[in-house]
Ligand binder design. Structure first.
Ligand code: MG
Length: 227
């Protein structure tokens, strides 16, 4: 157990969140670039905050160079907007998540995050939801990576700074992008249908493990056992 690393996505996997975070990204882009981004045109499930902001701005016709020059500042503006109204966020811990994390922690497993959220927002959401104490390291959307699998590798590297390389790495997430990131990082993908993607859509992308949700801790262990 201790030689496995479990990397969890947040939105749609650990928590179901309202759209406050997304609204803050749109508002930050609008304020800084004087544009009117339309998030409805974008399927941003599984994208990092950096990717979402870039896509919103490109859709508004902002040129790449202008985006690149101010994207970091834009991420920071979205963070302060979120922090100011975080107390209003409706964050619901998904079924079984608390029990699974508690069990993994009791078994001294390595538990981390891979999320498109920037780290401060990710940590804030988990703290509000009462899950703040489970996660040591992670790969976050504030890092200057353009692919989600690089966030997986980044999280793994951080764990390896203080312990031996894990025998198995599980990437648990609710989107097709999580499945692809796991595959590209040579990790084991555990897809859960608790986000926007339905179970059929996830199945079509051949995750190593596919679960309706995380409500049954024993089922989780049984299903990952053969990998
Ligand atoms: Mg997600």
């Amino acid at each position: 157990m201790s030689s496995s690393l479990y990397l969890f996505d947040i939105d749609g996997t650990l928590l179901s969140a309202d759209d406050l975070h997304g609204r803050c990204l749109v508002k930050a882009a609008a304020q800084m670039f004087n544009v009117r981004p339309n998030p409805d045109k974008l399927n941003y499930a599984g994208m990092t905050d950096r990717q979402i902001l870039t896509a919103l701005l490109e859709e508004c016709g902002v040129v790449k160079g202008r985006i690149a020059a101010r994207i970091q500042e834009c991420i920071e503006v979205s963070h302060s907007l979120f922090s100011r109204s975080a107390h209003q966020a409706e964050l619901v811990v998904l079924p079984g998540v608390q029990a699974l994390l508690t069990d993994l922690k009791a078994k001294s497993a390595s538990i981390g995050l891979v999320t498109g959220n920037i780290e401060i927002i990710a940590r804030k959401k988990l703290e509000i939801a009462g899950l703040g104490d489970f996660f040591e390291h992670g790969g976050f959307g504030c890092e200057s990576h353009s692919h989600r699998y690089e966030l997986v590798l980044s999280a793994v590297r951080k764990f390896q700074e203080t312990r031996a390389a894990p025998e198995k790495i599980f990437v648990i997430g609710d989107t097709v992008r999580d499945i692809e990131a796991a595959r590209e990082a040579k990790a084991i993908s555990v897809a859960v249908a608790t986000g926007r993607a339905g179970i059929e859509e996830l199945a079509a992308h051949n995750p190593d493990v596919l679960l309706r949700d995380l409500s049954n801790t024993e089922e989780f262990y049984l299903s990952i056992d053969n990998h």
